[in-house]
Design a protein around this ligand. Structure first.
Ligand code: TEU
Ligand code: CA
Length: 598
């Protein structure tokens, strides 16, 4: 719920001033120490201004970003060498997917040593150089905190599995079998049971993900202290916060009942929001986060919009923001692709907006390393509309209410890979699914691959396309760790940096516009036309400042009438250059985006 527009100005100011005075001093100069509390409250519609609300985040998946030594695997030196490219996009924060020591059962989301850099990615000195380069450019770095589980090669688990009385036994979740079977019917996200029988002690351990990713036992206070210590280790190096992997899963109902009848094949809603989640997050905040000026964003698979404020309301001192999955997974029925509609997408954004008030903050994202490419999933990746639709999506991501997250390559309009055979995939989710579905004759190989072509996580993990040299300039070696999309000849960074009309150039302009426009950051959001199947039109309003965003999500030319009383003002940006002046209606081209300052 937001403050009603009709509320008296005095009331808004009073609330805003209180929020402001409670908030900690900010590093961000634009939030302005010189501003009075009343001005600050007015310029943020009652929200406490924070650097992480104003920032745009760019996600780097290190394995696929840039290889510096020709071994075909992206690395930290590679990222450091492209910091100017990232800075040039106009983003303020980099989220680095896991860079820790790992046997790579799940590309680094299975951590063997939290205080060591993955050998393929480089050394701690390389990490320090990367962080230094980021700070020199006045950007910030957040790390991926993966603490629902570790690798089975982590020393804690190596000890834990040795014997029932090992001091580390209780770091993980062990149970005897039930009637000669698994303790309950929970499933792993990577196929099969979530329990694995370990012969050494003849008990099962829990793994919500791969067998090589045993779940930590957060009810053990020693585990929590270990996590807080490793967080401090990185924060003391100067990193600016964390993206927290499946954080709503950390607290388990230790009686482990079977799935309820009505779980509809969606285990995430059963695994999330366990009995002690809030208690542990508040403890983490007290012991660690409150001592630093950092941002946190929880990956909140299985958390509903209604539950969101309980995790991010600033008065609760838990997390700053979460990733809600309703929008990004709108195109999914279980693992299966489903066609989505624009009114459904709009309804999700409206719901998220309504469920969070001035004390909470949202994120905006439609892609990451676990999902297909942005333009392929939500735009039109045909040759004709790829660039235009990528720009429509950029406009939306950067003008909705919440901190935007851009996934590497989406700023180039990179597309899904034309997968045609199982050998082209690397992802454990795909390989385990192949065994469970295809090799056991439940699904045909052709159907399985056809679905993966639209949904596979590997679509987003193919190497960054830097230029038109072999392997897209990602590596100087003969072979990249994962297939390179053959369209790198046409879609690559070098070409887009040289073209003022490219997707990259458009992202940069959109980021500039957003940076200087507080209404696009703190303004109230209002969907003008929720049922329109092709046009997404909304306003962002902050005091007298009003912005109108009109997005054509179709290839059709549309003559669009604005609601009564609303006229398009001055064009602030468009993906088709200067649009003709309009008074009553807007003549939109297919996949046209316009932002007006009214
Ligand atoms: O993902 C968690 C998650 O719940 C899903 O998005 C899931 O990975 C998936 O797409 C299954 O269909 C996080 C990481 O982002 C992901 O890369 C890891 O594999 C996973 O946790 C385990 O750490
Ligand atoms: Ca390398």
């Amino acid at each position: 719920m937001k403050l009603p527009q009709a509320a008296s100005v005095g009331f808004i100011l009073a609330i805003g001033a209180v929020v402001w005075s409670l908030s900690k001093p900010l590093r961000n100069a634009s939030a302005g120490a010189a501003q009075t509390s009343v001005e600050a409250a007015m310029s943020a519609n009652g929200y406490a201004p924070k650097w992480w609300k104003e920032a745009v985040v760019y996600q780097v998946y290190p394995r696929s970003f840039k290889d510096s030594n020709g071994d075909g695997i992206g690395d930290l030196k590679g990222i450091t060498s492209e910091l100017d490219y990232i800075e040039g996009l106009g983003v303020e924060v980099i989220w680095l997917s896991p860079h820790y020591d790992s046997p790579n059962a799940d590309n680094g989301y299975d951590i063997r040593d939290y205080r060591k850099v993955m050998t393929e990615f480089g050394t701690m000195a390389d990490f320090d150089a990367l962080l230094k380069g980021i700070k020199q450019r006045h950007m910030k770095l957040i790390l991926d905190l993966v603490v629902n589980h570790t690798s089975d090669e982590h020393k804690w688990f190596v000890e834990s599995r040795k014997s029932k009385d090992n001091p580390y036994r209780n770091y993980y979740i062990w149970r005897p079998g039930k009637d000669g079977r698994e303790p309950n019917n929970w499933v792993s996200f990577f196929s099969g049971s979530a329990w694995k029988l370990d012969p050494a002690t003849n008990e099962y351990y829990l793994h919500l993900f791969a067998e090589k990713q045993p779940d930590l036992n957060w009810d053990n206070p020693k585990v929590r202290q270990e996590v807080y210590d490793l967080m401090k280790f990185w924060l003391d190096k100067g990193v600016d916060g964390f993206r927290m992997d499946v954080i709503p899963f950390i607290s388990k109902n230790q009686s482990f009942p079977d799935f309820p009848q009505d779980f509809h094949g969606e285990p995430q809603y059963v695994y999330a929001m366990g009995p002690h989640l809030h208690e542990y997050l508040q403890e983490m905040n007290r012991e660690v986060l409150s001592k630093y000026d950092v941002m946190t964003v929880g990956e909140a698979f299985g958390v509903t919009p209604q539950q969101t404020p309980s995790l991010v309301d600033e008065r609760r001192q838990e997390l700053n923001m979460i990733f809600n999955f309703d929008a990004v997974r709108l195109n999914r029925q279980g693992r299966q692709w489903r066609d989505w509609t624009l009114p459904e997408l709009k309804a999700i954004y409206t719901r998220l907006d309504h469920e969070t008030d001035v004390h909470s903050w949202n994120t905006v994202f439609l892609s990451n390393h676990d999902n297909p490419r942005l333009v392929s999933a939500f735009g039109d990746d045909s040759e004709r509309y790829r660039a235009a639709s990528a720009k429509v999506l950029a406009t939306m991501l950067l003008t909705l209410r919440g901190t935007p997250f851009i996934y590497q390559g989406d700023e180039l309009g990179m597309t899904n890979y034309p997968f045609s055979k199982i050998e082209e995939f690397d992802d454990i989710e795909v390989k385990n699914g192949w065994k469970a579905e295809v090799l056991s004759n439940k699904v045909s190989a052709a159907d399985y691959i056809a679905n993966l072509r639209k949904t596979s996580r590997d679509n987003a993990r193919t190497p960054m396309q830097w230029d038109s040299s072999p392997n897209g300039g990602f590596t100087t070696g003969p072979k990249a760790w994962l297939v390179v999309n053959p369209n790198y000849i046409d879609i690559n960074a070098r070409q887009e940096l040289a073209d003022n009309d490219s997707v990259y150039a458009y992202y940069r302009r959109m980021n500039d516009l957003r940076k200087k426009t507080r209404a696009l950051i703190y303004g109230d959001y209002h969907d003008l036309d929720p049922q329109n199947p092709k046009v997404f039109a909304y306003t962002r309003t902050l005091g007298k400042e009003k912005y109108l965003v009109v997005l054509n999500f179709s290839e059709d030319a549309i003559s669009y009438s604005l609601p009564a009383g609303l006229k398009a003002g001055q064009l602030a940006i468009s993906n088709f250059g200067k649009a003709e002046e309009q008074t009553s209606g807007l003549n939109l081209k297919g996949w046209e985006a316009r932002v007006y300052q009214n």
